[in-house]
Design a protein around this ligand. Structure first.
Ligand code: ATP
Length: 316
């Protein structure tokens, strides 16, 4: 039986700006995405039968067709029917390390790993661009998760410009285990509160100008210079405006972590994970201890992770 074991890394957003509505109902975004080495292990095995199976022991992750990893395998079967008929189906096992519903793209990175794993199992020889295009059919974050590293993401998040891959920084990630934020809720609330300031989709010059502002802005320059201090100063997430006001525990967590120092603190994606950027593992571990001293809540989980210049990796 052939199998591939892959490490599927989480992402954080160093920058997330909402610039408008799209005709497809999604938001037009400009983001800077970063892979970190907090990762799920995704194992894909060839099955003799024409079947797709997925299993994950995490109670919040479905073991059926609604699992994004299952949907990735089903997409491969649909797009490559000859390989599916010849090679048979796939069995997918997900060992979760990335918290669920955390704004860390856990489901998306599992789907990305299945695309990469099935490509290998079926000897398809797909290019990274082809894998990214398939990923975009599954979710906005999937194309980034395939390649990983550091990238500017525009459109729904699926149009990528890869930047110098950072690997010299660390993050302390913190999330209340029992707290999840619905991504659709966060974007809907943002539209309700700030939609009046959206740039119209027909204003292509206006949209272009906003994207360009990020491309030539301080965050991208800081990344090019690998300057952790400037990256910390440039952290920005529009969704904090709606999530922090509705989730005071998350706002307090961010405030506590920010007061402990580091290069900067912010919520990732639609939250509720909060991260602090630091320049060494030792400092991240120290801040972890200090955060737990200040918030002694057994519901609070913390992880130390390193920036990663890649996305899906083979686990050897
Ligand atoms: P994003 O940052 O892309 O918004 P997230 O990290 O907030 O994603 P996920 O962990 O991907 O959120 O989970 C969101 C929902 O997707 C959960 O309710 C979960 O049940 C469902 N789901 C489906 N497949 C998976 C998977 N393979 N791993 C995690 N969650 C999954």
């Amino acid at each position: 039986m052939r199998l591939y074991s892959l490490l599927a890394s989480a992402k954080i957003n160093l920058y997330l700006e909402i610039i408008g509505d799209r005709p497809d109902g999604f938001h037009e975004l400009v983001m800077v995405m970063q892979s970190v080495d907090l990762a799920d292990r995704v194992t894909v095995r060839s099955l003799g039968t024409k079947e797709i199976r997925v299993s994950c022991s995490h109670p919040q992750v479905p073991n059926d067709k609604t699992n994004l990893a299952y949907r990735a395998a089903a997409l491969m079967a649909e797009k490559f029917p000859d390989a599916y008929a010849k090679q048979g189906g796939v069995d997918i096992t997900i060992e979760k390390q990335i918290p669920v519903g955390a704004g860390l793209a856990g489901g998306s990175t599992n789907a990305a790993a299945v695309l990469v794993g099935v490509d290998l199992l079926w000897n398809l020889g797909l290019t990274q661009l082809e894998l990214q295009d398939l990923g975009a059919k599954l979710g906005s974050d999937v194309p980034f998760c395939v390649v990983g590293g550091t990238a500017i993401a525009t459109g729904r998040g699926e149009e990528l410009d890869f930047l110098y891959g950072l690997d010299n920084l660390y993050v302390l990630l913190a999330k209340y285990r029992s707290l999840s934020v619905s991504t659709p809720w966060a974007y809907k609330s943002y539209r309700q509160q700030f939609g009046d300031a959206y740039i119209s989709i027909s204003d292509s010059a206006g949209l272009d100008e906003r994207r360009r502002r990020v491309h030539s802005g301080p965050m991208v320059a800081a990344i090019a210079h690998q300057n952790g201090l400037e990256i910390g100063q440039g952290l920005h997430n529009d969704l904090e405006k709606v999530v922090l006001s509705d989730y005071p525990k998350v706002a307090y967590l961010k405030k506590t972590m920010a007061a402990l120092g580091g290069l900067g603190s912010m919520m990732s994606g639609s939250g509720p994970t909060v991260f602090s950027l630091v320049s060494s593992r030792q400092q991240a571990e120290q801040m972890k201890t200090q955060t737990l001293e200040q918030i002694s809540d057994p519901d609070l989980d913390l992880w130390v992770a390193k920036f990663l210049p890649t996305g899906i990796r083979l686990d050897d």
